[in-house]
Design a protein around this ligand. Sequence first.
Ligand SMILES: Nc1ncnc2c1ncn2[C@@H]1O[C@H](COP(=O)(O)OP(=O)(O)O)[C@@H](O)[C@H]1O
Ligand SMILES: [Mg+2]
Length: 252
Amino acid sequence: MSCFRAENLSLHFGGLKAVDSVSFAVEKGEILSIIGPNGAGKSSIFNLISRLYEPTSGRLYFEDQDITEEPAYGIAKLGIARTFQNIELFENATVLSNLLVGRHRHSTTTLWQELLFLPNVRRDEKAHRRRVEQVIDFLDLAAHRDKLISGLPYGVRKVIELARALCTEPKLILLDEPSSGLNVEETDDMSFWIRDMKTELGITVLMVEHDMTLVNRVSDRVIALNYGKVLAMGTPAEVQAHPDVVAAYLGT
Ligand SMILES: Nc1ncnc2c1ncn2[C@@H]1O[C@H](COP(=O)(O)OP(=O)(O)O)[C@@H](O)[C@H]1O
Ligand SMILES: [Mg+2]
């Protein structure tokens, strides 16, 4: 059973085929990277999976369950989390608050229970905080936990966005350009976090990335896209040596 599968997935904006009949599967426990020039349709695929966009046609499956009609909140509940190409955090809240928000999908209590603060609410709250503290440890964020997001350097915010996604305890994580805006050293760290997510947390990773050093370092397999179509699929070396991929990159 694959972790996630897209079948003949298409997304049209008027006459523009942003995603054009794309099929691929992400196996459980693998790191699969999507590469391709600007405008190739990479972010669109993520937006289709997280249900920000409706596919023009095609189907999406998570653990063999058809999720094409599932609403965005249903996707999160199933265990799919994502980060964004442009960081989306609450700027005027602390790191800890931002991470507690990430726990939302695991809340089983009702509003009334929360208002009355019944025992199961307290249990939930404790479990939330425990998981958040684990993620803070895992990503080495202890020094920042009580700071406001707005005062933190970009590289740290990027890790916090990752942390927030991890707090939902996802089975599948979608990372949109995890290295964008990071310097060489920060990109290095990011590659370790991504590998550790796979090996230590057992999370399946689907990643869009343009930094080929990072792609080569972490990916089990790579998909190259151009103009919404799959050009090549295989190991990082196979895909980068593919003549269509070479041509697509030289042409831009
Ligand atoms: N909301 C939208 N409306 C119209 N066109 C869009 C929209 N989102 C993306 N596109 C277009 O779809 C194509 C693929 O975009 P995108 O998925 O963002 O590419 P990538 O992430 O690979 O750079 C581009 O031509 C882009 O301009
Ligand atoms: Mg993009």
